[in-house]
Ligand binder design. Structure first.
Ligand SMILES: Nc1ncnc2c1ncn2[C@@H]1O[C@H](COP(=O)(O)OP(=O)(O)OP(=O)(O)O)[C@@H](O)[C@H]1O
Ligand SMILES: [Mg+2]
Length: 237
């Protein structure tokens, strides 16, 4: 699904240079669920943003689904992202001015999908996330757990191959956090590849593999459970 080779990210300001990622080699297979852990500032979000084509690396290579994308311009990255990658963030990042239905519909509008098909997709994903009864509510009228379920609905409505989650349970209580982890695990079982940043050992326990970052480097990796591959052809870069 994705492979980084000697990936580097350096942030430069006038007086400061920060190496956020240092020679990161990461290979994630199709269908895998990978958790990334490590102390604050070690580069987790930076890595996730590059994997998610929100930012370019400063050096090294990044192959997404077989295509070298490390030098893609923003416009090109955006079009690659659409329909391929769904994001879930700690702070939900819903649009306050749009109701639940409209928030979830947005990615499909970007994909220029027909109105009738949009309606069908949005309604079905809202039901699945058990939030259909709140479709006319605005984000501020929902609990944190409900907002995150809407954010997951928005992330998966276009059937992306890859879901990237940056501390998806960070703002939730334990019960709602568990609910989110169950949803992500279900999506993974259906074949969606997941890369998730977390500070929680419980959440990392849902992953096949845990990567530990420290000072911008992968220091250890732990295989939690085996990736069961139904279709050998599905295993790729
Ligand atoms: N846009 C930026 N400009 C300059 N430095 C940055 C920028 N983004 C991140 N950094 C720096 O890169 C390093 C890694 O940041 P990153 O946000 O990836 O950490 P993190 O592991 O996600 O931390 P946290 O657990 O607190 O979210 C930090 O030292 C940070 O200050
Ligand atoms: Mg972060």
């Amino acid at each position: 699904m994705l492979r980084t080779t000697e990936l580097q990210k350096v942030f430069r300001t006038e007086e400061l240079e920060t190496t956020a990622l240092h020679k990161v080699n990461l290979h994630v297979q199709k269908g895998e669920f990978v958790a990334i852990m490590g102390p604050s500032g070690c580069g987790k979000s930076t890595l996730l943003n590059i994997i998610g084509l929100l930012d370019n690396p400063s050096g090294g290579s990044y192959e997404f689904d077989g295509t070298e994308v490390s030098n893609f311009k923003e416009r090109h990255r955006t079009s690659m992202r659409k329909g391929n990658i769904g994001f879930v963030f700690q702070s939900f990042n819903l649009i306050d001015e749009l109701n639940v239905y409209e928030n979830v519909e947005l990615p499909l509008i970007y994909l220029k999908m027909k109105a009738s098909e949009r309606k069908q997709r949005v309604e079905s994903v809202l039901e699945r996330m058990k939030i259909g009864h709140r479709k006319n509510h605005f984000p501020q009228q929902l609990s944190g757990g409900q907002q995150q379920r809407v954010a997951i609905a928005r992330a998966v409505v276009a059937n992306p191959k890859l879901i990237l989650a940056d501390e998806p349970t960070g703002n939730l209580d334990s019960k709602n956090g568990l609910e989110v982890m169950k949803l992500l695990t279900e999506l993974n079982k259906e074949g969606t590849t997941i890369v998730m940043v977390t500070h929680s050992d419980r959440d990392a326990g849902f992953a096949h593999r845990v990567i530990n970052l420290f000072d911008g480097k992968i220091i250890t990796e732990e295989q939690k459970r085996k990736l069961e591959v139904m279709d050998p052809d599905a295993v790729g870069v």
